[in-house]
Design a protein around this ligand. Structure first.
Ligand SMILES: *[C@@H]1O[C@H](CO)[C@@H](O)[C@H](O)[C@H]1NC(C)=O
Ligand SMILES: *[C@@H]1O[C@H](CO)[C@@H](O)[C@H](O)[C@H]1NC(C)=O
Ligand SMILES: *[C@@H]1O[C@H](CO)[C@@H](O)[C@H](O)[C@H]1NC(C)=O
Ligand SMILES: *[C@@H]1O[C@H](CO)[C@@H](O)[C@H](O)[C@H]1NC(C)=O
Ligand SMILES: *[C@@H]1O[C@H](CO)[C@@H](O)[C@H](O)[C@H]1NC(C)=O
Length: 509
C-alpha cells in the first residue's frame, strides 16, 4: 500500500509544473577533470520568497474564505506567512536552499583554489531585499562568512541585474499579455466550477486563481497537493498554470518581445561576462537578480527556443522548449566555467544551468572557445543597451563597459522566520502572484516608470522623449489574436509564474 502511494507520488512529482514558482532542482556536478579551470562566473535568481505585497494579503484572504469549506472542517489553514512585513522577502526554505547551493559551490570548486582569494571576487546584486538576502545566504554557505567581498548594491540603473527596470522603453511600453489572457479565458470557467464543486463554495474566477497561486507558494515551500489550500487542485491544473506563465513570460521577457529586445535584452550582463573573462585579476564573479534577469540572459543566449512563437491555441504547446519551470525556478542559476584552451587569450567556456552542463547553440561537446563565443554572439555582445532602450540616462553594466564596482554595502536585512512552520522543509520556490493584471490602455506618463535619478544623471524630466512620439503603439490597438510578429508592444506583464514540477522530486530525494 505504502509503496503504491510512493510510486504514485514519484510520478506525480515529475509532472507538476510550477513555472517561476518551481522549487529549485538541486544537483551535483564537478568541473571537467582534465582541464584547468581558470574562472567561474555566476548569475542567479533569488531563492524561494514569500509572495510580494501585491498578492500577500489576497492569499490570506482567500485562505480565510475557503476555511469554511467542508474540505477543511478538520484542518486549520495556515499559510505560514507571518505578518505583512515578510511580503517579498526570502522565505526560510529559500534561505536554506541557497545556503546549501553555496556549500555545493565551495565543494565543487575547492580543488581549483579559485575560491580562496576573496579579493579576486566581484559581485553585484539587484537592490531588492530578497536578492541581497540571497547573496548573503549564498556567501555564507560558500565562504563560511557573509559577503566575502561585499555585494555591489547601489546600482539604481543596473542593466546587468535589473534590465527590466533600467530600460526606459521597456518600462514605458504596455506589456503584451494577450496570449496569456486568451489562455486564461479559455480555462478559468471550467477550473472555477471544478474547484467550487470540491470546496462546495462559490468563488469567482479571480478568487480561484488567487487560491491556486497561494497553493503554488505552499508547494514551493515544500508542501504537497493533498494539503492545505492545494486540496482542490490537481496536477493538470498546474500544467495549465505553468503554460499560462510561459505565455506571459514569453511575450514580456523573451522571444516574444519586439526586436531587438527578443535577442538583446540580456546583452549587458553578457558583455560584462566577456570583459570579466578578459580580466586576469578576477577568479570568480557572482551576480544576483530576478527571473526578469535570468530569462533575458537565457533568451540572448538562444536557449529554450522553439521554432514558432508560443500561442495560446497551439496544439503543439505540450512539446515546447520554452518552459519557465525549467528556465526560471526559484534560485535558477547560470554558471560559466572558463577553462584553459588553445591559447591564453582563447580559453574554453562551459555553461551550467542549475548545476548541470547545458549546450549553447555554438558549443561542441559542451565547450566553446571564447573566440567562437564572441563571434557567435557578436551582435549581443556589442549591443548598446541604453540606445536600444532610448534611455535618457546612463545605466551601469557590461554594455557600457562597466562591470559596476560602484559601492559596497553590508546592509543586509535579516531573513524573517514565519510565525508558523511550513509542514515539510524543502528548498524554496518562487511563486509569482497568480492574479493577472490588465493591460493598460493608456501609456503611463514617463515620470511614473522612470527609476529614481541617480546623482550625476541628468534629471529625467528634462530629457525624456514625449511618450507618444517614441513608444510603440499600445496594446489597445492590437487585434486580439494577432500573431506575435504583428505585436507592437515590446513587453508584456511582469507576472511571475510558478512551477510545481520539481517540488516532489526534491521531497523524495
Ligand atoms: C511583524 O513581525 C515582526 C516579528 O516577527 C515584528 O518585528 C514586526 O513589528 C511585525 N510588523 C507588523 C507590521 O506587525
Ligand atoms: C522588474 O522585475 C522586478 C523584479 O521581479 C519587478 O518587481 C518589477 O515590477 C519589474 N518591472 C517591470 C517594469 O517589469
Ligand atoms: C471576485 O470577488 C471579489 C470579492 O468579492 C471581488 O472583489 C472581485 O471583484 C470579484 N471578481 C470578479 C472577476 O468577479
Ligand atoms: C571592487 O571594489 C572592492 C571594494 O572597494 C574592491 O576590494 C575590489 O578590488 C574591486 N574589484 C574590482 C574588480 O575592481
Ligand atoms: C547610491 O548612489 C547614489 C549616486 O551615486 C548616491 O547619491 C547615494 O548616496 C548612494 N547610496 C548609498 C546608500 O550608497
Amino acid at each position: 500500500m505504502k509503496s503504491v502511494f510512493i510510486l504514485y507520488f514519484s510520478i506525480a512529482v515529475q509532472c507538476i509544473e510550477l513555472g517561476s514558482t518551481t522549487p529549485y532542482p538541486a544537483s551535483d556536478y564537478s568541473p571537467l577533470p582534465d582541464k584547468q579551470l581558470l574562472q567561474v562566473h555566476m548569475f542567479t535568481r533569488h531563492g524561494a520568497r514569500f509572495p510580494t505585497a501585491k498578492s500577500f494579503q489576497a492569499h490570506l484572504d482567500v485562505a480565510n474564505l475557503v476555511q469554511s469549506s467542508p474540505l477543511f472542517k478538520n484542518e486549520q489553514i495556515d499559510l505560514g506567512y507571518g505578518n505583512t512585513s515578510n511580503a517579498g522577502l526570502l522565505h526560510p526554505t529559500g534561505k536554506s536552499s541557497v545556503f546549501e547551493y553555496g556549500q555545493r559551490f565551495q565543494a565543487r570548486y575547492k580543488q581549483t583554489n579559485l575560491l580562496t582569494d576573496h579579493s579576486k571576487f566581484f559581485s553585484s546584486s539587484s537592490n531588492d531585499k530578497r536578492v541581497l538576502q540571497t547573496a548573503s545566504s549564498f556567501f555564507t554557505g560558500m565562504a563560511g562568512t557573509d559577503l566575502p567581498n561585499g555585494v555591489v548594491k547601489n546600482r539604481t540603473l543596473d542593466s546587468d541585474n535589473d534590465m527590466n527596470k533600467s530600460c526606459f522603453l521597456y518600462v514605458n511600453t504596455p506589456k503584451n499579455k494577450q496570449e496569456a489572457k486568451a489562455f486564461e479565458n479559455s480555462i478559468k470557467g471550467e477550473l472555477a466550477s471544478r474547484v467550487n464543486s470540491k470546496l462546495q463554495l462559490n468563488l469567482n474566477d479571480t478568487q480561484v486563481s488567487t487560491l491556486q497561486d497561494a497553493c503554488a507558494f505552499q508547494l514551493a515551500f515544500g508542501s504537497t497537493l493533498d494539503k492545505s489550500v492545494c486540496k482542490p487542485f490537481d496536477e493538470q491544473d498546474f500544467v495549465d498554470f505553468a503554460l499560462d506563465d510561459d505565455l506571459a513570460k514569453f511575450y514580456t521577457l523573451s522571444y516574444g518581445l519586439e526586436p531587438p529586445f527578443n535577442s538583446q535584452f540580456g546583452c549587458s550582463p553578457l558583455a560584462g561576462l566577456v570583459a570579466n573573462i578578459n580580466n586576469p585579476q578576477l577568479s570568480a564573479t557572482f551576480h544576483f537578480g530576478h527571473a526578469e534577469t535570468i530569462i533575458p540572459i537565457v533568451t540572448s543566449l538562444g536557449l529554450f527556443k522553439d521554432a514558432q512563437p508560443l500561442r495560446a491555441n497551439d496544439a503543439c504547446l505540450a512539446g515546447r522548449q520554452f518552459q519557465v519551470t525549467k528556465i526560471a525556478p526559484f534560485q535558477t542559476n547560470l554558471v560559466f566555467e572558463v577553462y584553459a584552451g588553445q591559447s591564453p587569450s582563447n580559453p574554453d567556456l562551459r555553461l551550467l544551468m542549475n548545476e548541470k552542463p547545458i549546450d549553447l547553440p555554438c558549443s561542441k561537446n559542451g565547450l566553446v572557445s571564447l573566440q567562437e563565443f564572441e563571434s557567435f554572439y557578436q551582435e549581443v555582445l556589442t549591443c548598446k543597451f541604453d540606445s536600444i532602450c532610448q534611455n535618457p540616462y546612463t545605466t551601469i553594466g557590461g554594455s557600457n563597459g562597466n562591470t559596476g564596482n560602484v559601492s559596497v554595502s553590508t546592509d543586509i536585512p535579516a531573513i524573517p522566520t514565519p510565525t508558523v512552520q511550513v509542514p515539510i522543509a524543502t528548498p524554496p520556490v518562487d511563486i509569482p502572484p497568480a492574479v493577472f493584471t490588465n493591460i493598460p490602455t493608456v501609456i503611463p506618463t514617463p515620470a511614473v516608470g522612470i527609476p529614481a535619478p541617480v546623482a550625476g544623471i541628468p534629471t529625467p524630466a528634462a530629457n525624456i522623449p514625449t511618450p507618444a512620439a517614441n513608444i510603440p503603439t499600445p496594446i489597445a490597438n492590437m487585434p486580439v489574436a494577432a500573431p506575435a510578429t504583428a505585436t507592437k508592444a515590446i513587453v508584456s506583464s511582469a507576472l511571475l509564474p510558478f512551477n510545481f514540477h520539481f517540488l516532489f522530486v526534491l521531497l523524495l530525494v
